[in-house]
Design a protein around this ligand. Structure first.
Ligand SMILES: [Zn+2]
Length: 331
């Protein structure tokens, strides 16, 4: 994923946010909130480490294949009712062909009220944000950028297998998010559509009828960074405002408002955009350190994106918020 600059729109939006934040201060304190689910940060951390142990999950590599097989097996072992492998081929930024293997699991498939959770499991083939150009062509571990979101979703899947929610939940572990045009390529023109290739394919071939389309979606990306803060991602706040408000409100109820500041951060090209375009209001929970300007973890697209820089408290905060959104969602 990458940042986009929409400075003017962001400033206007931030001003509106400031006004609404002032109004919220007068409301009465909420009663004690009953947390649901048993999210284990240690399990999410272990599932993150397990992916990294395969090696960089560059699309088409043996490590990627082995990791995909392990993810499918894990989802089955947690009690997913169906686990589908959705294979296709996409065209990469340089015109080459790239294999796509999306993994799609369903819990409580009979429920027509559904939500969709997604995270990418592929990793970036290049460390193109390293300061040393000699390192640019080395694939990254992707502990945060890739594995962390999937690690949290696996721990959520484990919970769903133990305690069936009222609604149906679909989990899409999407592929080829992070093979977008590298910084060293000097690409001409618009390269936005070179990212999120797996989700683009999924959105163009939605496995839903009009009856069971997801009510909304949640995307997790880079949710394990040290001291991560999750300001609202710009496109999510603009295009899925009610769902974004619901998620940040849940964070506040859980006492996690410091990690989920209720202001808008940066605008990011990520897997929520193809889903939004397909009519599924989807919210991107992604490290977004500052209001208005956003900004990722400094390890982003570098060789420092490894397990040494994964923070259990970040995994924990995101996992608990999403799990409670699921268990509190009514049919
Ligand atoms: Zn990335």
């Amino acid at each position: 994923m990458r940042h986009i600059n929409y400075i003017v729109a962001l400033i206007i939006f931030a001003a509106l946010q400031a006004c609404s934040a002032k109004a919220e201060k007068t409301s009465a304190p909420a009663a004690k909130f009953e947390e649901r689910g048993h999210f284990s940060a240690d399990s999410a951390y272990a599932y993150t480490a397990r992916q990294v142990d395969f090696g960089p999950r560059t699309p088409g590599s043996a490590a990627h294949d082995a990791c995909a097989a392990w993810l499918e097996e894990s989802l089955r072992s947690f009690g997913a009712d169906t686990v589908m492998t959705l294979r296709s081929t996409a065209t990469a930024w340089d015109g080459s062909s790239i294999p796509v293997r999306n993994i799609f699991a369903r819990f409580n498939p009979g429920a027509t009220t559904r939500i969709l959770l997604t995270a990418h499991y592929d990793t970036r083939p290049w460390a193109d944000h390293e300061s040393d150009p000699d390192r640019h062509h080395t694939p990254i571990d992707g502990a945060n950028d890739g594995a962390s979101g999937v690690g949290v979703l696996l721990e959520i899947a484990r919970n769903l297998g133990l305690n069936t929610p009222e609604i149906g939940v679909d989990i899409l572990l999407n592929d080829c998010e992070d093979s977008g045009s590298p910084a060293f390529a000097d690409a001409q023109g618009d390269t936005e559509d070179t990212w999120c290739l797996g989700t683009q394919h999924f959105a163009a071939n939605l496995p839903y009828s009009a009856v069971d389309r997801p009510r909304f979606g949640i995307l997790l990306d880079m949710v394990g960074g040290r001291d991560a803060r999750f300001h609202k991602e710009y496109f999510s706040a603009m295009r899925a405002p009610a769902e974004t408000a619901k998620i940040w409100s849940m964070a506040a109820k859980l006492g996690l408002g410091d990690k989920f500041p209720a202001q808008v951060g940066g605008a990011i090209t990520d897997d929520h955009l193809p889903l939004l375009d397909a009519g599924i209001p989807t919210v991107d929970i992604i490290e977004n350190q500052n209001a208005v300007t956003g900004s990722f973890n400094p390890t982003w697209h570098t060789l420092d994106d490894n397990m040494d820089n994964i923070d259990r408290t970040s995994l924990d905060a995101v996992g608990r918020v999403v799990l409670n959104i699921i268990y509190y969602e009514k049919i």
